[in-house]
Design a binder for this molecule. Sequence first.
Ligand SMILES: Cc1cc2nc3c(=O)[nH]c(=O)nc-3n(C[C@H](O)[C@H](O)[C@H](O)COP(=O)(O)OP(=O)(O)OC[C@H]3O[C@@H](n4cnc5c(N)ncnc54)[C@H](O)[C@@H]3O)c2cc1C
Length: 391
Amino acid sequence: MAQSNNDEQLKEIIVLGAGVVGLTTALRIQAQGDYRVTIVAENFPIDPKSSRYTSHWAGAHHVSHAYDDLRQRKLDQDTFDVLWKLSEPGGAAEGCFLRHPHTEYRGDDLANAEWLHYMPGFRYIESNELRGPAKTGFSFSTVSMNTPVYLNWLLSEFLAKNGTIVRGSLQHISQLLERGTSPYTGVQSHRDVDALVICAGIGARALGGVEDKDVFPIRGETVLLRAPWVKFGRTMTEADGTYTYSMPRSNGDVLCGGTRVPNDWYPVPRPETTEDILVRALKLTPELAPPQTRVDREPTVEDLRPIIIEPGCGLRPGRKGGIRLEVEWLDAPTRGKVPVVYNYGHSGYGFLSSWGSANMAAELLESAFKTGAPADATPASGDCASENPGN
Ligand SMILES: Cc1cc2nc3c(=O)[nH]c(=O)nc-3n(C[C@H](O)[C@H](O)[C@H](O)COP(=O)(O)OP(=O)(O)OC[C@H]3O[C@@H](n4cnc5c(N)ncnc54)[C@H](O)[C@@H]3O)c2cc1C
């Protein structure tokens, strides 16, 4: 929808957070028209990588882990539709994506992957195609994102559509309710805030006014390799939960992982885990080793060392109850109650559910403005049921 010409009539929306969830949500709200959108965040895509910004560390491929959670299935499928379109040849963000074949190998005997049936070319693989400890498996086409590039593309789209960004580290969400962003810009004049949208990821656990103790880190380690000869993805989920993957990117890098450790806050890679990932990744995908090392012998981890770009480590924003998507009404000085929309807790599926959850957040915002503050001001929507850790 086109933006209204009358600037004064635009509602003032502040999105807190500039990870994949905040950026996508801000873009989605902007596209609705009649809103002027500002993103406030401590970390932006152009900054050095850190444990305070999970989105930099993701693969990220679109492989849904929604299982029987119907709402999560819809969020993931809606997102896939958008990402598939963005990645089509000549598409708006083609260079951020690689479309590729992907195979899921399961050591836990999972026979039905109904929630993935919409993926292009989906099929259950034959027993003679299984690898290692796998008892079942399925393959399909998907997209992987070059996450630092894709995040910057989202940011540039937002700016090109008159979005504003402000750097600020909030102690409490009320710091934005009194005079908008002026405490962080130093500009005296301010516009009253009409709504806040909280996309703080793991930050939602400590952020004043939210302090959601259901949010917890699920630490994940990776190793980024330079392997432009690999154009397919693989995942192995073993019966004991060990989870190994390789995700190829459009620029020839391949992200290998992984680990999923709840409540581990250690902020940088552990060398012993890097070694373990290299061993597991090579076992699953010997093709990671440079082609010349595989001509007349089995490749070893030593063959991978010259192509290591960097080990990585991120804190997935896990949440008991799944993604928080709901509205609360909070008091703002001088203007009564304003809606606060929550969209955080995306665990290991923030990229692959980004557009679906942004749609829901934008709809919650619209309906909050339509209906106004309820008398009892209770949350307008429940949690997702999904608690699985995702990718
Ligand atoms: C190893 C690994 C692999 C992954 N692979 C995949 C994958 O293949 N596919 C997939 O879909 N997902 C994957 N994920 C998960 C994905 O990375 C996350 O779900 C996603 O990045 C969460 O995004 P976010 O925007 O909620 O949080 P973040 O990216 O952490 O962004 C949070 C934002 O909020 C801001 N913020 C927080 N608190 C404050 C505050 N007090 N004041 C100001 N700003 C604040 C931060 O500065 C930041 O801008 C992976 C994650 C890891 C770690």
